[in-house]
Design a protein. Structure first.
Length: 369
């Protein structure tokens, strides 16, 4: 093995490929990830994108097609069985033993070890329960727990084992919206408190942006972008990432770029693009992508004119849907709007905060400059 890998203390996924031969489906196609020790990585994408298969390969529950695919702390674990990987897997279903109380569920893995005394086991259980704020639930049974309490117990059972990494597969999917928000805050605080490595699978972009140190956006088995939450949101590498991240989703317009006067022409507008962006665009056919919060609404703008079709209050923000010659444009404003449905308005696009995609869906702007 490469000597640099032997010194690496995190988790390295190298050219991971996984095919399910029964249907000849490629679940993971050349996946490369580099998870630093103490980092929280989120695998994000739609159903069937390969994120759970990637996680299961890391855990040893699925077998990669290629060798040297899973390197943990410099050791090749690609063909090592799950129980010898020292990783904790937390499922959507808590999988608690119904006949054991919370204390016994948490200590189950420790009880299997022969090198720990009862006092040592008890101390680990108490410490874990206090961290998760479930020390008053130790003598309850799973049937007496709420969904959030059950997930805390499942986490406690993982924490006491002191694993190299925590692998979490949509652990909050069955919880209600309010509890999901509470739990994702808790999981981030726990991860920081333990300074441990976590890999978290979700299809919820808000969850990913909130808790991840890094995010790997996947689609059809391929990592589309692997970056910080900030760069994923503001500098998407391609059209898929820009579309998948953000709520409400981006507005998209098919345009023709005229290099002589640097104009973008579409059915509803002619816009001159900023000078610093002009040099990056060589394609004639462009998809302009712009987030709803990057559009200003007023009475005297000249970029686009239209009529308000719908107004939706979204708590501290308001979504305004505007009909522009048969094309709907989404605008997101802070607070409550003074405009009314049916009112004529004009719009201004922030072209410096827009995305410019070619026919292959690639962002033409050097997204880190």
């Amino acid at each position: 093995m490469n000597s640099s890998l032997q010194k690496y203390s995190g988790i390295k996924i190298q050219n991971l490929r996984k095919t399910f031969n029964k249907n000849n489906v490629i679940a993971c196609d050349n996946v490369n990830l580099d998870v630093a020790e103490g980092e929280l990585l989120v695998l994000l994408g739609p159903s069937g994108c390969g994120k759970t298969t990637t996680l299961r390969c890391i855990a040893g529950l699925e077998h990669p097609d290629n060798e040297n695919a899973i390197i943990v702390k410099g050791e090749d674990l690609t063909r090592v069985i799950p129980k010898d990987r020292n990783m904790a897997f937390v499922f959507q279903n808590t999988a608690l033993f119904p006949h054991l109380n919370v204390r016994k569920n948490i200590s189950f893995g420790l009880d299997m070890k022969k090198n720990l005394t009862k006092e040592e086991i008890n101390q680990k259980v108490i410490s874990s329960a206090e961290m998760l704020k479930i020390n008053d639930l130790l003598y309850r049974y799973p049937r007496e727990l709420s969904g959030g309490q059950g997930q805390r117990v499942a986490l406690g059972r993982a924490i006491v084992m002191e694993p190299t990494a925590f692998l979490l597969d949509e652990p909050f999917a069955a919880l209600d919206a309010k509890l999901r928000v509470e739990m994702r805050t808790e999981i981030k605080l726990i991860q920081r408190n333990l300074n441990t490595t976590m890999i978290f699978v979700t299809h919820d972009q808000e969850e990913a942006l909130t808790i991840g140190d890094k995010i790997a956006v996947m689609n059809e088995g391929v990592v589309q972008q692997y970056d910080t939450p900030f760069n994923i949101y503001y500098y998407p590498k391609n059209q898929f990432v820009a579309n998948f991240i953000g709520s409400p989703p981006i507005n998209q317009f098919e345009c023709t770029f005229h290099s002589k006067n640097y104009l973008l022409n579409s059915k509803i507008f002619n816009i001159k693009i900023p000078e610093k962006i002009q040099k990056n665009i060589n394609d004639e056919r462009i998809i302009l992508g712009i987030r709803p919060e990057s559009i200003k609404i007023g009475d005297n703008y000249t970029d686009v004119k239209g009529q308000i079709k719908l107004i939706e209050l979204m708590g501290s923000r308001t979504l305004i849907l505007i009909d522009c010659e048969g094309i709907d444009i989404k605008v997101l404003v802070q607070g409550v709007t003074n405009y009314s449905e049916g009112e004529n308005v004009s719009l201004k696009f922030d072209t410096e905060q827009s995305f410019y995609f070619n026919s292959k869906g690639e962002n033409l702007i050097n997204f880190l400059n």
